[in-house]
Design a protein around this ligand. Structure first.
Ligand SMILES: Cc1cc2nc3c(=O)[nH]c(=O)nc-3n(C[C@H](O)[C@H](O)[C@H](O)COP(=O)(O)O)c2cc1C
Length: 147
């Protein structure tokens, strides 16, 4: 099932409002919702189910951006996670996709050289409810006042 346009708009807005180092926002997101293009995009990924998603957000960072290029990937990541969280408030699930042939993705979507593909995120209504993945314990992940 497609994500309705008004829901998608609110999800994207959560990305647009994300914090950014010095507020320079050296980020751009390509939304791929054309079915034929999604199929071709899927061939550049190592994750086959992407073609079944109604849309994919391709997060890009201008790592050569003046002053804050070194934070561009962080900025893009925060914005994408904002969108992931916003999506779930509408019942829209997601999956981060890192395993891709970056050069092929860039060529296909006409992403300029100096931009880095940070990751992709699929969005769609979940067809199943998988069990939660095993996570590290609280103690393994957090400590107070020293590492
Ligand atoms: C940066 C990043 C890259 C990922 N890349 C892939 C991927 O290429 N293919 C895939 O199927 N899942 C990918 N995932 C999803 C993870 O496998 C998943 O988040 C993890 O197993 C934990 O499951 P959960 O998100 O349901 O808690 C990625 C997640 C992150 C954060």
């Amino acid at each position: 099932m497609d994500v309705p346009q008004d829901v998608l708009q609110q999800i994207l807005e959560a990305g647009r409002q994300a914090p950014s180092a010095a507020n320079r926002q050296p980020v751009r997101f390509v939304i791929v919702n054309d079915r034929d293009l999604l199929k071709v995009l899927c061939d550049t990924l190592f994750t086959r189910f992407v073609k079944d998603a109604p849309l994919v957000i391709v997060g890009c960072a201008n790592v050569e951006s003046l002053l804050t290029g070194k934070w561009a990937v962080v900025d893009a990541t925060i914005a994408m996670e904002n969108m992931v969280i916003a999506a779930w408030t509408f019942g829209v699930g997601s999956c981060w996709i890192g395993a891709c042939d970056e050069e092929k993705v860039k060529e296909l979507l006409k992403i300029p050289d100096k931009w880095k593909v940070v990751a992709l995120v699929t969005l769609g209504y979940p067809a199943e409810q998988p069990k939660p993945r095993k996570k590290k314990s609280f103690e393994e992940m957090f400590s107070f006042n020293s590492f």
